[in-house]
Design a protein around this ligand. Structure first.
Ligand SMILES: Cc1ncc(COP(=O)(O)O)c(C=O)c1O
Length: 381
């Protein structure tokens, strides 16, 4: 295959060889089911999963029983939203008024279930965001009502690389006794994520954004101190203490724990490397298009792996040969429609067509950056 420069690591990442190595035994010789505990196969699988849960709890600064494994962040976000509303309605009555506050620049795995909840009578109100896609704390305080039961705030925006002030948002929510759902899918591995320092109550994660396997993630849900209660989304054999039925993806969980361990251990080293490449890329783009605009926060205040740019001109409508980046719709770039994030920030169609998310990862080299700049140069006038 002709070499394609991959700069779309916010969409997904390759599995780290160290992660792959620890997963391998769990595909064949250690293939047990965690619920089949009448033989060493089941015990071994159970012990592997519980040891991963303890390891991840140590990394995230929470308790192991607050972590539930899922098929990814989409499921975790759907479960948090629907499980909370289900719990309120079954314990307080089906007519209980429920008001949810959300930023308008959430991932579709928050925005779509919110639309579903609106259809079943939940009131959803969107917060104001700055032009850099960050929540305005004063607006959050002003919009909280007695019937507000949840606030949704993405930790790091997947398109613009904006870091929300999660600790301050969590403090406001704490004070008002409202749980906070924070999607940390794009935060882990790029910023320190401590659930003790930033006390959100529901937090979603995904393995494939940090060099782990696809199809595995988790939901943190606070069960100590200020508890958040959820009804399950998936009912069945009673796995995960009855909270999430379905045979556990043991190789995936083992891989996710290793990926999180590596991300945590090399956080600063990776960040420094990405910050240098990010600066080089931005300088290169400015030199080929002096009118290029950086969307989201300035360098140094945004995700170290991400640039979101609008070129002053763009001459192609189609895929860029030799370069994998996201145009217009970011995570949904199969159809180049304007994303909800860009729409919320009032991008015009023409601007969205000239806008790209370029995201670097662990394998990115200086040579990749220089080649990417040369390729982009062909398309800006
Ligand atoms: C911020 C954010 N949340 C959720 C998801 C969905 O994650 P998953 O692919 O694990 O379902 C993504 C992935 O694109 C994301 O970037």
């Amino acid at each position: 295959m002709k070499r394609v420069i991959y700069l779309d690591y916010n969409a997904t990442t390759p599995v780290d060889p160290e992660v792959q190595r620890v997963m391998e035994p769990f595909f064949n010789e250690r293939f047990g089911n965690t619920l089949a505990v009448s033989s060493p196969y089941g015990w071994e699988a159970q012990e592997a999963v519980e040891s991963c849960r303890r390891k991840i709890a140590g990394i995230l600064a929470c308790q192991p029983d607050e972590l539930t494994f899922t098929s990814g962040a989409t499921e975790a976000n759907n479960w948090a939203l629907r499980g909370l509303v289900d719990f309120i309605r079954t314990t307080e009555g089906p007519q209980t008024p429920i008001h949810i506050l959300s930023s308008p620049v959430e991932h579709s795995s928050i925005l779509s279930p919110l639309r579903f909840l609106q259809e079943i009578g939940v009131t959803v109100e969107f917060l104001e965001v700055t032009k850099e896609a960050s929540i305005r704390l004063e607006d959050l305080k002003a919009k909280i009502r007695p019937e507000t039961r949840l606030v949704c705030a993405v930790w790091v925006n997947s398109e613009l690389g904006t870091l929300n002030p999660i600790r301050e948002i969590a403090e406001i929510c704490h004070h008002a006794q409202i749980p906070l759902l924070a999607d940390a899918t794009q935060a882990l591995g790029k910023f320190p994520v401590s659930l003790a320092a930033s006390p959100a109550d529901l937090v979603s994660f995904s393995a494939h954004k940090l060099y782990g396997p696809k199809g595995v993630g988790l939901l943190f849900h606070r069960r100590h101190g200020r508890k958040v209660q959820l009804r399950p989304l998936l009912y069945g054999g009673g796995h995960e203490e009855g909270l999430r039925s379905g045979t556990l993806n043991v190789p995936g969980i083992v891989g996710m724990a290793k990926a999180m361990e590596l991300a945590d251990a090399r956080l600063e080293e990776n960040r420094q490397c990405w910050l240098r490449l990010q600066k080089e890329l931005w300088d290169g783009l400015c030199s080929i298009d002096p009118g290029v605009r950086l969307n989201g926060p300035p360098l140094g205040q945004r995700s170290p792996t991400n640039l979101h740019v609008t070129f002053s001109s763009w001459t192609s409508q189609s895929v860029i040969p030799g370069l994998a980046i996201s145009q217009g719709a970011a995570c949904n770039s199969a159809n180049i429609e304007m994303s909800a994030v860009l729409r919320a920030l009032n991008f015009t169609d023409a601007e969205a067509q000239r806008s790209f998310r370029i995201s670097m990862g662990k394998p990115t080299t200086q040579d990749d950056i220089q080649q990417a700049i040369r390729i982009v140069q062909k398309y800006v006038r």
